[in-house]
Unconditional design. Sequence first.
Length: 320
Amino acid sequence: QALFGSRVVIPIHRGEQGVCNCGRRCLLCAAMLRPTAAVASRALACAARAGARRHFAQNLLRPQWAAAAASSRTKLLAHRSRGFCEAVERESMEFDVLIIGGGPAGLAAAIRAKQVALEAGKELEVCVVEKGAEIGAHILSGNVFEPRALEELLPDWKERGAPLDTPVTSDSFYWLPNGKHAVPIPGPILHMTPELRQEGNYIISLGRLCRWLGEQAEELGVEIYAGFAADAPVFGEDGALAGVQLRDVGVDKSGKNKDTYEPGMQLLGKQTILAEGCRGSLSENIMKHFNLREGVAPQHYGLGIKEVWEVKPENHVAGT
């Protein structure tokens, strides 16, 4: 109670139950499902470090504890990436909006969904699933960031402490015809092409921005489950996309179930948004399943190179 408030019960005897302060979803944690004093002690220590909400929510989703969770059972068709379908009885959790991918697009979508719901005076359950151990773990890019979209999403982003700390003060554009020469492009020519101008933008870490967006989303009540990989789309009886299935555990390299097999949970949504990035595995699966690429222009991709330079402090000028 000192850690989580009066609604929390940490049982150490079989058969007891409790409710954590993040609501009806996180009904059981590791200590509740494996009721020993030692486990309860470790759970308390973990929760004290990571925060009660994330501790209980993520423990509920662990496959090895899912069988004891107080969630509904469903039989839905899970389309597996290895080329066949199977009907498996799995634990499930349902949301109004389910978003796959905790990058800028997924987090912005979650925040906007909650904003619209609040403006309408309605309750909307929004969940973001991210395969990285934490939000931002798979976003390593440096970035020159144009803040117009952020202004629309969170007009008070400066007051909220968004990690946009280094405005662009100057930029240069060079044509490199060979390995010996660098031809500067005059500024007036750049100003004729707005896409090449960086005035008013910021130099940022995209990973830090994502972590900050995750904090804003959680403040609005978005449920973020990091460390869980969505393995396959789930289709309802009408053939429509109903959600995703988390990755199974206890499967050998040939795809056969071992003695330790535990089926991954199914996260279901009235609306499922795939924000897993370019050519994400689920997006590719959906495009193939519904023939979305048939008769349309092919997708084009370009190869880019990023370099990380270590610059001596005396030579570094922030914003250039």
